[in-house]
Design a protein. Structure first.
Length: 385
């Protein structure tokens, strides 16, 4: 009875967080995931849950991420990506290079003082190419300690909050000092119209309408089948590679399913995936004790700092060499570091709606490649410890 009630608690509490974030702008500005983390940390630190809850919490965290990954990937549109301008593709490559180089530098500086530095590097490369869902997936794939994961995520949120404020306030003016200005095209109005439809992908409004709810439920069924295949593949692999095989199998199949029109066009599948990430966030945070978190090394903070701001410096340097404009550089960095939901926010600050579709697409591509990059970088750097 207790496990069932605990599962119900996490599902309902997460649903309430999502509901209130969509209802109140000030809550949405903080973000559903951060609210879930905060509430979870309070629950865990005050030991409010009954003994034996860890098993249920672990089961929830093990199931929600593999289910969420395909749902987040179903809406990916590779055809649109192929049509993107050459400059956007180049900008994505500079951002990717910046992330890899900065994290590798940070690893060599802090590998002696940060526990499992190679695993942290893997998580950071995932979160700064696709977003938070990649970090969650890599936490599972790389078997990262819960306290280390929560502290890394906490530092990530603090540093990225500062980074976002800089981007939306003085970022464009600073970038114009070293990079050329964006040249608007005649297609700007068309892009804006496309975005009006695309912008809804981060909104839960209308989720329970029949024409949205039942297709999204069907998408969840497809995601469950993909997860089952991933688990089946796990049984055929060596023990130390099982979770990696599950995550990469699920990512690959979810990506493949995005090419099927009936699946790709399902509305609200992305939102359903994000809801599962909120559930995961609360479950994993409530397993931690905040007093234990801050007994860990401060070197981790500077590792994350280098990953965020170091990757930006490298990207700007490469953008200057390739003559990539300031707005494209900013929106590509936003898509990688913050994920697609933040693209419209920064594009609004730039007063440039033409970069929105490119930013969202780059971010979705990041979702797809983040898990592969994270696993690869973690293992390569692990050989150097």
């Amino acid at each position: 009875m207790v496990p069932a009630l605990l599962i119900l608690f996490y599902l309902l509490a997460s649903a309430l967080i999502v509901f209130f974030c969509n209802r109140f702008k000030w809550m949405n500005n903080v973000g559903a995931i951060l609210w879930a983390y905060g509430i979870g940390l309070v629950i865990g630190s005050l030991h409010l849950l009954p003994e034996g809850s860890v098993k249920v919490q672990s089961s929830i965290s093990d199931i929600t991420v593999p289910l969420a990954i395909p749902l987040l990937l179903f809406s990916l549109d590779f055809k649109r990506w192929v049509k993107l301008a050459r400059v956007t593709f180049l900008s994505m490559l500079t951002a990717l290079a910046g992330v890899i180089i900065a994290i590798t530098i940070g690893f060599f500086i802090f590998r002696a003082g940060v526990p499992d530095a190679n695993k942290v590097a893997g998580m950071l490369s995932g979160v700064y190419t696709g977003g938070t869902p990649n970090m969650f997936a890599l936490k599972t794939a790389l078997s990262v300690d819960n306290n280390l994961f929560i502290l890394t995520q906490t530092y990530d949120m603090v540093i990225c909050a500062v980074y976002l404020m800089l981007l939306i306030s003085v970022g464009q003016r600073l970038f114009h000092l070293v990079l050329p200005r964006f040249k608007k095209t005649e297609a700007a109005d068309k892009v804006g119209l496309e975005f009006e439809q695309e912008a809804e992908f981060d909104s839960f409004t209308g989720f329970f309408r029949k024409d949205n709810f039942w297709p999204a439920t069907g998408a969840l069924g497809v995601a469950a089948i993909i997860m089952a295949i991933g688990v089946g593949a796990m049984e055929l692999t060596p023990r130390n590679s099982k979770m990696i095989v599950v995550i990469l199998t699920i990512t690959t199949l979810g990506l493949g399913a995005s090419f099927i029109p009936k699946i790709n066009q399902i509305k609200k599948s992305f939102q359903l995936g994000m809801y599962l990430i909120v559930v995961f966030s609360m479950a994993i945070a409530s397993m931690a004790d905040i007093k234990m978190l801050f007994t860990m090394t401060n070197g981790l903070f500077f590792f994350v700092f280098i990953a965020v701001f170091g990757s930006l410096v490298i990207q700007v340097f490469l953008s200057r060499l390739l003559k990539i404009d300031a707005d494209t550089t900013i929106i590509t960095s936003t898509a990688f570091v913050f994920s697609p939901p933040f693209v419209p926010v920064v594009a609004g600050a730039l007063k440039n709606k033409e970069v929105i579709i490119s930013g969202i697409t780059v971010g979705l591509i990041g979702y797809a490649i983040g898990n592969y990059l994270g696993v690869t970088l973690s293992y390569v750097l692990g050989l150097m410890m």
